[in-house]
Design a protein around this ligand. Structure first.
Ligand code: PGA
Length: 239
C-alpha cells in the first residue's frame, strides 16, 4: 500500500465520465507535479491502463469498484483486477454514485473493505445535501455516514476521507472556510480512531479557491472534479 501519510497534501483529479486517448496524452505532457504533494488521477475504468505513475507521488485511481470479489456480476470491475493493474487508490461512495446508481453506506463499507484487503486506498466520500444543511443536520448526517461507511479494518494509513457537500459539487458554490474547518474538525473528533485520518475537501475547488481551502488546518488536500479536466488549472491547484 502506498504510504501517503507523509505528503503535505493529496490532490485527486476526478475526471468522471470524461476523457479520450488524445486528452490523456496531452494531459500528461502538460501535467506538472512537485515532490511535496501526492497526485492521483482517476479516469473512467477503460482508460486506467493509459494513466501514468512515477512510483513517487503520481498515482492512478479508479472511480468505483465492485463490492464483490468475483463471480457472475456482469459489468463489474473487482478490487483484485484494479490491484493487478497497479491502481493504488479508488474513490468510493461519490455522491453521483449515490444519486444515480443506488450506492448506499452499506455498499460503501463493503467496497472500502475489499479495496483495503487488496492494498488499494479507498477515498471514502461523505457529504450532506442542501436540504440537510438548511435543516442544520450536517453533523448528524456526516456522523451516520462515517460510522456506516468506514469499515472496521480502516485506519489512517489505509483509508482517506473526502468531505464533499453535495450542494457544492459542480455548482460553483462552496462552504465558507470557517464551515469547512468546523466540519473537518467535527469528523476527526467523531471517534478517536478518526483523529489521524487524512480528510480532503471536494466540491467546486478551482485555481482561485484551492490555496485558501487547502491551507486550512485539518484539510489535507482536495478532490477536484470539473477543474481537474483543464490541466493548466489543475497544475495551478496542485502547485
Ligand atoms: P467538482 O466535483 O469539483 O466539479 O465540484 C467534485 C467531485 O465531484 O468530486
Amino acid at each position: 500500500m502506498i504510504d501517503f501519510c507523509n505528503f503535505s497534501s493529496i490532490f485527486i483529479a476526478n475526471w468522471k465520465l470524461h476523457g479520450n486517448f488524445d486528452f490523456i496524452e496531452d494531459y500528461y505532457q502538460k501535467l506538472s507535479i512537485n515532490s511535496k504533494n501526492c497526485i492521483v488521477i482517476c479516469s473512467p475504468s477503460i482508460y486506467l491502463n493509459k494513466l501514468k505513475t512515477n512510483g513517487k507521488n503520481l498515482y492512478s485511481g479508479s472511480q468505483d469498484v465492485s463490492e464483490f470479489e468475483e463471480g457472475a456480476y456482469t459489468g463489474e470491475i473487482s478490487a483484485k483486477m484494479l490491484a493487478e493493474n497497479n491502481i493504488n487508490f479508488c474513490i468510493v461512495g461519490h455522491s453521483e454514485r449515490k444519486q444515480y446508481f443506488s450506492e448506499n453506506n452499506y455498499k460503501i463499507n463493503l467496497k472500502s473493505k475489499i479495496l483495503i484487503q487488496h492494498n488499494i486506498i479507498p477515498i471514502i466520500c461523505i457529504g450532506e445535501t442542501l436540504e440537510e444543511k438548511n435543516k442544520n443536520m450536517t453533523k448528524e448526517i456526516l456522523k451516520t455516514q462515517v460510522e456506516q461507511s468506514i469499515p472496521d479494518i480502516a485506519n489512517f494509513q489505509n483509508t482517506i476521507l473526502a468531505y464533499e457537500p453535495i450542494w457544492a459539487i459542480g455548482t460553483g458554490l462552496t462552504p465558507s472556510l470557517d464551515e469547512i474547518k468546523e466540519v473537518h474538525d467535527f469528523i476527526k473528533n467523531i471517534n478517536k480512531n478518526y483523529q489521524n485520518f487524512k480528510i480532503l475537501y471536494g466540491g467546486s475547488v478551482n485555481a482561485l479557491n484551492s490555496d485558501d481551502i487547502n491551507s486550512l488546518k485539518n484539510v489535507d488536500g482536495c478532490l477536484v472534479g470539473g477543474a481537474s479536466l483543464k490541466v493548466s488549472e489543475f497544475n495551478s491547484i496542485i502547485s
